[in-house]
Design a protein. Structure first.
Length: 113
């Protein structure tokens, strides 16, 4: 086994949405064996760093190990929410791509020649 750098989008899918000025991102592992690596590396703090340009006041990660998934909740990142924002994406639907662009290390099997 050796570590390999990947972007999160290579091993997981995400879907985002809103509730007022709160962004919700569901992150689901394509392969449940990647759940531990994601759990170790994609912390609430790391997600807050990735979204620093949106100035979240709080980021909470909820682990769903039986589903090999996570739910991230980011407060105050939608410019006031869908009814107040002048942004093109008031619901935050495209913001899951910010999360999916985060790099991480996963263990891979070495293949013989």
């Amino acid at each position: 086994m050796r570590p390999r750098a990947v972007k999160l989008h290579e091993i997981a899918n995400a879907r985002s949405g809103d509730k007022g000025n709160r962004l919700n991102i569901a992150l689901v592992c394509r392969d449940p064996s990647h759940f531990p690596a994601i759990a170790r590396q994609i912390t609430a703090e790391r997600v807050a760093e990735a979204f620093a340009h949106r100035k979240p006041s709080r980021v909470v990660r909820y682990d769903l190990p039986k589903l090999a998934a996570f739910n991230f909740v980011l407060d105050d990142v939608l410019e006031g929410g869908v009814n107040a924002s002048l942004g093109l994406d008031g619901h935050g639907k495209s913001l899951s791509f910010v999360l999916l662009d985060i790099p991480l290390q996963i263990e891979t099997q070495e293949t013989g020649s």
